[in-house]
Design a protein around this ligand. Sequence first.
Ligand SMILES: Cc1cc2nc3c(=O)[nH]c(=O)nc-3n(C[C@H](O)[C@H](O)[C@H](O)COP(=O)(O)O)c2cc1C
Length: 315
Amino acid sequence: MNIPKLNIAGLTAALPIIQGGMAVRISTSGLAAAVANEQGIGVIAGTGMTPDELKKEIRLARRLSDGIIGVNVLFAVSNFAELVKAAIAEKIDLVISGAGFSRDMFGWGRESHTPIVPVVSTDRLAILAEKMGAAAVVVEGKEAGGHLGTDQPMVDILPAVRRAVSIPVIAAGGIMDGYEIARAIRLGADGVQMGTRFAASLESNASDSFKQQYVAAGPGDVTLIHSPVGLPGQALRNGFVEMIEKAGFKDLTPCDQCLKRCNHVFCIMNALINACRGGQAEKALVFCGDQVHRVSEILPVREIISRLKQELALA
Ligand SMILES: Cc1cc2nc3c(=O)[nH]c(=O)nc-3n(C[C@H](O)[C@H](O)[C@H](O)COP(=O)(O)O)c2cc1C
């Protein structure tokens, strides 16, 4: 297949690949810049950062690349508005909101001419997002890493979303090679978003131990957890997951109200930070997509993208 460009509200990426935002601090400036330098769209995950920290990461990414850089923020965090506004003040190229969206954020985008792209998992939400002013939508299926809004495979949702909206549609969940990118494009996607493959890249900010857990993972090692934000989350089964599943489990971590709404069963922010740093398996929540077992080595972004392009060309 000829590699199509991805156009989102006047931004043009020569490679139709968005590197998914991955919190906490897994996709920071180094990874986002590396993907942008290969003509894809690199995304810094703002969730878990302060607005100043996020601004610093954006400036760092700009020093490393003059490509397209976006910011992803989970709608569930208390400082969502501050983080999005900080990214807009730094003239970020686009903002992606994970696991929810609201009318006001499209207003901030309109005022600043910043494309706002929500992640959705149904055609109904895609239609609503388009009406409110979304520049594109990311359609995420059940294969994706992190919080999930559906139990349906991406390929089952994508055609309905494609029919329902006229803005660009980005497919996400379970895409690990160029053949799968081609398949999504043939099903009507304008581009794809990939997380798991890039979390295990050389430039990912995750610790080596986090990345090695991806390499070691087998097909049966992925599970769904009940996240305190009220959604399922896809992660590696480890000591932490087994502990939080036990009846009567009580988390004693002090709470700083980082989420708009939290069920307080465990502190997800702490668990994600511990995972990124390579902390003990009993304290770390290692988010990953359900195709993580196909990651067999940690490669530089340039090599990952070169292989994706070769496969896409053959598809
Ligand atoms: C470790 C990890 C952390 C993630 N964190 C976020 C996040 O903070 N916000 C978000 O919208 N999506 C998040 N995601 C989802 C990705 O952005 C992307 O949509 C997803 O990984 C695509 O599926 P794949 O992992 O099968 O490629 C995360 C995924 C992973 C693997």
